[in-house]
Design a protein around this ligand. Structure first.
Ligand SMILES: [Zn+2]
Length: 361
């Protein structure tokens, strides 16, 4: 690969860094790629199609920003699907009879309930501690019906499960609170719910975040997360807003469509969050989902990467939209993402920040 910081492509096909900003030690690297072809829509005249490759300032992972081939908005009517699947395991008539209970040593009362949210162990776990938090009584809610209050209760249950499990087994330091919404997001159950998963070992993503955060600290003597927030605030192009101690922003190099992130100041784990911080997190999640709904999107994935005992890491939340569910829907993960770990985004991050800001007001 030719080129380097500040070097422009010298001839067609060369790759060069076209933009290089150095603020503290955070580097926003971008590469401009271009594909030339003769288009049938332009009388077979030569056209150039650009792609921007961005490198994540922390993990150095590359993402491609593409703006063609946007998935069409979902116009799917869920009423039949919701009607047919009503009375599921998570519906009120079944939830207290047919879902598992926690071990007595962890949750003596069997399940954790706060408001409408109910938490219990996952019958099909993927690790040491797997739980489900059913968010609401309604069997189906669209993205604009998932309110901050629903998330506040749901996150509170998830965090209570994490606190109690960690008190029982302190080695379980790596937790995720995740959500898969609708089939494109990987969920077969329509009823809105969270997954709470805890293990003594990190996931790949957690390990990359931890390793990169501590190398950044070793090099610079400062926290990457504080520096990032400071830098994004100063640049003003991707910083959405601050809700209490939670900073919301769009990533420079997203790993999914319409990616929105949050960082909670002064926390690595959700276990130490106070009521107000949980509410701030809930509000931002609901605002993001409202924005997705406004764009005709209906499916998403969410994850909160909660890790305790790591001095240089700060609690990260990441939400991405998935291609809308409808008949013959398009999966947005192709061989590029799944086999090359090269991720794509179909919106320019700075544009997403501008568009989403009013939803956080
Ligand atoms: Zn249900």
């Amino acid at each position: 690969m030719k080129g380097g910081p500040g070097v422009f492509p010298s001839k067609k096909g060369d790759i060069g860094v076209i933009h290089f900003i150095r603020t503290m030690e955070i580097k926003f690297e971008r590469y401009h790629l271009q594909s030339d072809l003769r288009s049938p829509f332009e009388g077979f005249e030569t056209i150039s199609v650009p792609t921007e490759v961005r490198v994540d300032p922390l993990t150095k992972r590359r993402s491609r920003i593409i703006t063609w081939g946007l998935p069409s908005p979902g116009k799917f009517d869920f009423s039949n699907m919701a009607e047919e699947s009503k009375g599921c395991l998570f519906c009120l008539e079944n939830i207290f009879q047919k879902t598992p209970q926690f071990m007595k040593e962890i949750v003596p009362e069997g399940r954790v309930c706060i408001g409408r949210a109910v938490g219990f162990p996952n019958l099909n776990p993927v690790g040491s501690y797997g739980s489900i938090v059913v968010l609401c009584r309604e069997h189906f809610l669209s993205l604009n019906q998932l309110t901050p209050e629903i998330y506040e209760e749901g996150l509170s249950v998830a965090i209570e499960i994490i606190r109690r499990t960690t008190a029982f087994d302190p080695d379980t330091r790596h937790w995720q609170i995740s959500q898969n919404f609708l089939l494109p997001g990987g969920s077969t159950i329509l009823h809105p719910h969270l997954q709470v998963i805890g293990d003594p070992i990190p996931t790949n993503e957690m390990e990359w975040l931890l390793d990169a955060s501590s190398s950044y600290y070793q090099k610079n003597g400062t926290s990457y997360w504080n520096d990032l927030i400071q830098t994004e605030k100063e640049l003003g192009k991707r910083y959405i807003t601050r809700i209490g101690k939670v900073h919301w922003f769009v990533s420079f190099a997203p790993i999914g469509f319409n990616e929105v992130c949050a960082s909670a100041e002064g926390h690595g784990s959700v276990a130490t969050l106070g009521k107000e911080e949980i509410a701030s997190l809930a509000r931002g999640i609901a605002s993001t989902l409202k924005y997705y709904d406004g764009k005709g999107l209906n499916s998403f994935n969410l994850s909160i990467y909660s890790i305790s005992g790591e001095a240089h890491y700060q609690l990260l939340t990441r939400i991405i939209s998935r291609t809308p569910f409808q008949p013959y829907y398009l999966n947005d993960w192709t061989s590029f993402e799944i086999l090359h770990s090269e991720l794509t985004s179909n919106i320019i991050p700075e544009e997403l920040c501008r568009e989403i800001q009013p939803y956080f007001a």
